[in-house]
Design a protein around this ligand. Structure first.
Ligand SMILES: C[S@@+](CC[C@H](N)C(=O)[O-])C[C@H]1O[C@@H](n2cnc3c(N)ncnc32)[C@H](O)[C@@H]1O
Length: 317
């Protein structure tokens, strides 16, 4: 189905079954450039220009029978063929909106990551890495081992425009405080620079505790998004997240001065995202002396709102 010809402008767009996109919040001031959209991910992606996104982050429903929508309770319980067709349509649209050199991340079960990888190559993207994320929140099902890893696929459109390999402090024993590994002669370097991030992330925990959760389920930890942004992001890059959930991806993007465009099918999730973003924005303003000055009517520049952000602001709206 042909989308309305308003690519780059997220407006109320007629779609499947009469669905529309609703713009919940547009941020466009003091160095913040982003939007929250309520609606279907495919419609949202179709409303974006070709090659506009620097990072597309996909954490779609896994077809495990979760109830995401009152109007369509079987949305996440489809026959495999039907789910594959939908997922591949999302991947194709995502591949289209990624800029040359941009990055696509897909978080999924290995079963679907495998098929998705083939589809992404068909859509013209280049395999970069399969990151195994250890996440012990599954259940043993059928004749299988206990599932403890999810796939975080990284594909790029051609040669990556940006690729940073983060370093982090080497893991230490909780009891004695010593390194858990013997780094031999490299120890002085490890002391100074930490260790390279590998493609096996075993240090993330599911967001389980009610005090940290922003909604019922399926929330990915902040550290995962921080890493995605650190690896592939740069100030002013556009982060796109069509299944934004609690919006942690948008928050991490904003914290690193990226622009963001995020969407969720559930209105309540969009409201959670808005409230979290508003809170972050006001706390950033509170802390930023130059913005404080500006809000009192004087001063024209700010360390918190680089000129590049403002100049690009009009180019994708
Ligand atoms: C696995 S969760 C994503 C969680 C998110 N990464 C986080 O950290 O909070 C999937 C999200 O996609 C949303 N969703 C389900 N179907 C959708 C669709 N067709 N279009 C847009 N969002 C959808 C759900 O409401 C849910 O918030």
């Amino acid at each position: 189905m042909a989308p309305e010809q308003t690519r780059g402008k997220v407006v109320a767009t007629p779609g499947h079954d009469g669905q529309r996109l609703e713009r919940v919040r547009l941020y466009r001031s003091q160095g913040v450039n982003g939007r929250i959209v309520h609606g279907d991910a495919l419609l949202f992606l179709r409303s974006l220009d070709d090659g506009i996104a620097d990072i597309v982050f996909l954490d779609p429903p896994f077809n495990l029978g979760k109830k995401y929508s009152d109007s369509n309770p079987s949305l996440d319980r489809r026959p495999d063929d039907e789910y594959a067709e939908w997922l591949f349509a999302v991947l194709n649209e995502s591949a289209r909106v990624i800029a040359p050199g941009g990055a696509l991340y897909l978080y999924h079960l290995p079963k679907w990551a495998m098929r998705a990888g083939t589809q992404l190559e068909t859509a013209g993207l280049r395999f970069h890495q399969w990151i195994a994320v250890m996440m012990k929140n599954g259940f043993v099902r059928g004749q299988r081992l206990y599932p403890a890893n999810y796939a975080l696929l990284l594909f790029t459109k051609g040669k990556p425009k940006r690729f940073e390999r983060p370093r982090f402090p080497a893991p230490r024993c909780r009891h004695c405080g010593k390194y858990t590994k013997d780094y031999g002669g490299y120890r002085p370097i490890i002391d100074r620079q930490g260790v390279n991030l590998s493609d096996f992330w075993e240090d993330l925990s599911p967001v389980r505790h009610p005090s940290r959760k922003h909604r019922g389920a399926n929330e990915l930890p902040k550290m995962l998004f921080d890493r995605v942004v650190a690896i592939s992001g740069a100030p002013d890059a556009l982060y796109v997240d069509p299944f934004a959930g609690s919006g942690t991806g948008a928050l991490c993007a904003l914290s690193a001065d990226l622009r963001f465009a995020v969407c969720d099918l559930v209105r309540a999730n969009c409201e959670i995202i808005q409230s979290r973003l508003d809170h972050l924005i006001s706390s950033r303003r509170g802390k930023c002396p130059s913005t404080r000055t500006r809000s009192h009517g004087s001063g024209s520049s700010s360390r918190c709102s680089p000129a590049t952000s403002r100049s690009k602001a009009a180019s994708w709206t």
